[in-house]
Write a protein that binds this ligand. Structure first.
Ligand code: PLP
Length: 338
């Protein structure tokens, strides 16, 4: 049964849906497994897009309904999420204040000036470089930024890291399940396995809720990128259950519905290992498809390793969900030296 979320929750359209699906033919030949990509990275004209645009459609509608005038969010210095919040604010004619914490110790002076943060500033967002350390907890730096907007007479709309720990955070990727089901109907088959990068949790959490309303028996595998699989699991499970309740999925979300693979997270959040860099090169050179060292390069490394280890059944069709992130590449230029 389709969830039909458009009819039930206000949504601001910010992208060109459905995001395209296409086969990765040369990668499939290399791996001996049929791999397709669903391209959430190229579905929006807003500042190079990405998975946050899909989520923010529902939060933006809520912000407008409440009469807010400033979007306030938080992320890493090189956050894709905050760049997308800046783009949405620009599109809606709102102000934008972003707390950019140091979640990664990346030793390059360009890290604080190029890539995502450059784009956020270009779009008029105010960027506050304070705080450090990745966590899905509510940060004091963010609540202070919200208070500051209020003191200045503005009406802030609070968007947590990754637009995840928010009552509407899971709607975008629950809706993704309906979108994918229609595309599968057109194609005439269902994907056996869906691979997604996972971190703050509402991408995978929304999918878990949306897929639970379907009857496909597909596997959804989240590749942890936070380098803290227990924290990621907790976040995904919480969001999956809250979203399922919000949208009226009657089947319970079981612990086994949340599959987190912790083998490809690298040494830490934001730090690639050799397999991440090799996977980024493979996707670029075989498919002209750009992935990044923080998220999508890790999920691509996971997909490649699983294929090489024979972890996909014979004849399986695997869907790689591309969630964006390539605008960060220039900040990691020295990872590709040599
Ligand atoms: N991929 C990219 C490119 C991202 O920017 C993010 C954001 O954190 C993720 C994957 C992970 O998504 P989520 O934070 O919803 O788990």
């Amino acid at each position: 049964m389709p969830l039909d979320l458009d009819a039930r929750f206000p949504r601001e359209h910010l992208a060109f849906w459905p995001s395209p699906i296409h086969p990765l033919k040369r990668l499939s030949d290399r791996l001996g497994v049929e791999v397709w990509a669903k391209r959430d990275d190229i579905a929006s004209g807003l500042a190079f897009g990405g998975n946050k645009i899909r989520k923010l459609e529902w939060l933006a509608a809520d912000a407008l309904r409440q009469g807010c005038d400033t979007l306030v969010s938080i992320g890493n210095i090189q956050s894709n999420h905050t760049r997308q919040v800046a783009a949405v604010a620009a599109r809606l004619g709102m102000r934008c204040r972003l707390v950019q914490e140091e979640w990664t110790k990346w030793d390059d002076p360009a890290y604080g000036t190029v890539g995502n943060i450059l784009l956020s500033r270009l779009m008029g967002a105010e960027t506050l470089l304070e705080g450090e350390g990745y966590s899905t907890a509510v940060k004091e730096t963010w609540t202070r930024a919200l208070d500051q907007v209020r003191r200045e007479g503005g009406k802030p709309y609070a968007i947590p890291a990754g637009a995840s720990d928010h009552p509407l955070g899971g709607l975008g990727y629950a809706h993704f399940a309906d979108e994918l089901a229609l595309q599968e109907k057109d194609q005439g088959f269902v994907f056996d396995t869906v691979i997604t990068a996972t971190c703050t949790g509402s991408t995978q959490g929304g999918m878990v809720a949306g897929f639970r309303a379907q009857d496909t028996g597909r596997r959804l595998i989240g590749i942890d990128t936070a380098c803290d699989a227990a924290m990621t699991r907790k976040a995904v499970t919480k969001i999956a259950r809250a979203t399922a309740e919000l949208i009226g999925v009657t089947r319970a979300i079981r612990d086994e519905d949340v599959v987190i693979d912790d083998r490809f997270a690298g040494p830490d959040y934001g730090l690639p290992d050799d397999a991440t860099i090799a996977a980024i090169r493979t996707a670029a050179r075989l498919e002209g498809m750009l992935t990044d060292p923080v998220y999508e390069g890790k999920s691509m490394a996971g997909l490649i390793a699983m294929a090489e280890n024979g972890e996909f059944a014979k004849g399986a069709r695997v869907l790689y969900v591309h969630l964006g992130g390539a605008p960060v590449l220039s900040a990691y230029h020295n990872a590709f030296a040599g």
